[in-house]
Every structure is written in structure tokens, then in C-alpha cells.
Design a protein around this ligand. Structure first.
Ligand SMILES: Cc1ncc(C[n+]2csc(CCOP(=O)(O)OP(=O)(O)O)c2C)c(N)n1
Ligand code: SF4
Ligand SMILES: [Mg+2]
Length: 282
């Protein structure tokens, strides 16, 4: 039976499991924003599923009263998409880190983007592998010195927003963990958006890569004048390197989703006669 909450508060989405993140971890701000966003939408916890991969950020589902699935490194998206295809009535979020989505899970991100299944993705980007103690990730800046790159990272830096814009994602936004109210509003809008919603969150790891000061200085809200239907302009904002723009870069409201299209097909189709079909090969 659906557990409807009349006037929920963020606390109503908190589980009994206390977050095990280091003090000051940016992921606390993201968790608070998700609690707020869920309360704002009055989501029924038993009709909501939060799926993650592996990493510090991927511990997320344990701290929510919703259903959760702590899956395998880089594999949150296959689980989340399968779930939404089978149960389109549920609200499905996929969460995790930059390693999870842009390294081992990058192939899944690409194809999920093209499918436009109605799920909301929240990537907590600390530009580092936190759980495994500070190796570089695809979003680490070139030249970054870590235990895994003692002479500085030679590869160039991955740009999550320009990448998903190029993949025609229908809702693209960025938030900052230190601004949970703004982030909560993005989470609400991402969940309400019908289609694949991608929310990139700057979420520092003070233990292995302290980026709070740099991001406090670089974070710049996107102007109210920005036309969210203009993908070219969104791309220019995404390519900006000095500033880290936050807010909604791009939104396309009327794109059909794959989950809707597949369910229509199932409703329209007659029972498939497998014996008649196999006659072709007899
Ligand atoms: C198949 C596989 N390869 C490698 C690992 C080791 N591993 C666990 S978490 C992780 C990276 C986590 O980084 P990120 O996704 O950015 O999450 P964060 O800890 O920074 O939140 C790696 C490489 C693993 N668990 N499974
Ligand atoms: S290691 Fe970094 S990402 Fe992991 S919990 Fe600690 S501060 Fe957060
Ligand atoms: Mg990370």
C-alpha cells in the first residue's frame, strides 16, 4: 500500500542509518538537498527507489527511508533503467560519484542518455576517487598530483555537462553541495522532468582533495536571462573553465521517453505467435 505523507518534512526521508562520511564531506549537503527535494514533492517513500554504484557517495541509499539498491561499481544506471522500464509508476533516482559515472560506468551513461528513460541522475563530483583513498578520476584536473599520479595527471579533464549536452540529454543542471537549498530545487525539477535528468553536483572531498575554497570562488548561478531551450548557449556555459555555472543549462519538455514508448508498444501489440514465426526458419 502506498505510504502517502500528508505534509512531509525532510526528516521523513531520513533512515535510521547515520552517514559514515568524513566530517565536512560535501555529500552531506547533497543528502540534505535530496531529503528537501523529496519532501517538496511529497514523494511516497515506498514508491521511490534510489540506486547507486560503489564509492563514498554511493553509500547514499542507506541514509534514505525510500527503497534502495547499492549495486556494483559503475552499474547504477543499468539497474535504474531496468527498474523504470519494469515499473514506470515508481520514481527512480540513480546516484553516485564521478568515478562511477565517468570512468567505469561511462559507457552506461552514454547509452542511458540516448534512451531518455524517465530517471533522475545525481552525480556527486569530488574530482577524485574518495573511497579508494584519493586516486585521480576523469574529472581530476590535468597536472593533478596524487598517489596514483606522482608526476601529475597527464590526461585532460572530462567535462560532464558538455558531454551530456552533446548526447542530447533532455534536462541538464549543475548544483553545489554547499548550496543545498538551490540544489534541492534542482532535484525537485529534475524529478518532475519527464525524461532522463542529469544533475552534476560539485561535492568536495575535504579528506583527499579540498576544493571548497576554489568552488566557493568559481560557482556562479546561471543568469535568469539564459534561454534553457538553447543547447548551443548551454554548451558555451558548459565550456567555461574559470566559472562553474550552476542552475539549469538545458531543458526540453516534450521529448517522448523510452519507458512510455515501450509501454505503448506492449499495450498495442497482439500476443506474439512464436510457432508461426519459427516456421520461417523451418
Ligand atoms: C569493478 C571494480 N573496480 C574497482 C573498484 C574499486 N573502487 C571502489 S570505489 C572506486 C572509485 C570511487 O570513486 P567515485 O565513484 O568518484 O566515488 P567517491 O568515493 O569519490 O564518492 C573504485 C575504483 C570496485 N569496487 N569495483
Ligand atoms: S573520503 Fe572524501 S568523499 Fe569519502 S567520505 Fe571522506 S570526505 Fe567524503
Ligand atoms: Mg569521486
Amino acid at each position: 500500500m502506498t505510504q502517502t505523507l500528508i505534509n512531509p518534512t525532510p526528516k521523513d526521508y531520513k533512515s535510521e542509518v547515520k552517514p559514515t562520511w568524513c566530517p565536512g564531506c560535501g555529500d552531506f549537503g547533497v543528502l540534505n538537498a535530496v531529503y528537501r527535494g523529496m519532501a517538496g514533492l511529497k514523494l511516497a517513500p515506498d514508491q521511490t527507489v534510489v540506486v547507486s554504484g560503489i564509492g563514498c557517495s554511493s553509500r547514499f541509499p542507506h541514509f534514505l527511508k525510500t527503497f534502495g539498491f547499492h549495486s556494483v561499481h559503475g552499474r547504477a544506471l543499468p539497474v535504474a533503467q531496468g527498474l523504470k522500464m519494469a515499473r514506470p509508476d515508481l520514481t527512480v533516482l540513480a546516484v553516485g560519484g564521478d568515478g562511477d559515472y565517468f570512468s567505469i560506468g561511462a559507457g552506461h551513461l552514454l547509452h542511458a542518455a540516448l534512451r531518455n528513460i524517465d530517471i533522475t541522475v545525481v552525480v556527486m563530483d569530488n574530482e577524485i576517487y574518495g573511497l579508494t583513498k584519493g586516486q585521480t578520476s576523469p574529472t581530476s584536473p590535468q597536472g593533478h598530483v596524487t598517489k596514483s599520479t606522482p608526476y601529475g595527471l597527464l590526461a585532460s579533464q572530462f567535462n560532464p555537462i558538455s558531454t551530456v549536452l552533446s548526447l542530447n540529454v533532455s534536462f541538464v543542471a549543475r548544483g553545489y553541495s554547499a548550496r543545498p537549498k538551490e540544489l534541492a530545487a534542482l532535484v525537485e525539477q529534475g524529478i518532475q522532468h519527464k525524461g532522463f535528468s542529469f544533475i552534476h553536483v560539485l561535492s568536495p572531498c575535504p579528506t583527499f582533495y579540498h576544493t571548497f575554497d576554489a568552488w566557493d570562488a568559481a560557482v556562479t548561478p546561471i543568469s535568469e536571462e539564459h534561454d534553457r531551450s538553447d543547447r548551443g548557449k548551454a554548451m558555451l556555459l558548459a565550456m567555461e573553465t574559470e566559472k562553474q555555472y550552476t542552475g539549469i543549462f538545458y531543458e526540453e519538455k516534450e521529448r517522448p521517453t523510452m519507458d512510455q514508448a515501450a509501454h505503448q508498444l506492449v499495450q498495442q501489440s497482439k500476443e506474439f505467435d512464436i510457432a508461426a514465426y519459427m516456421q520461417r526458419y523451418a
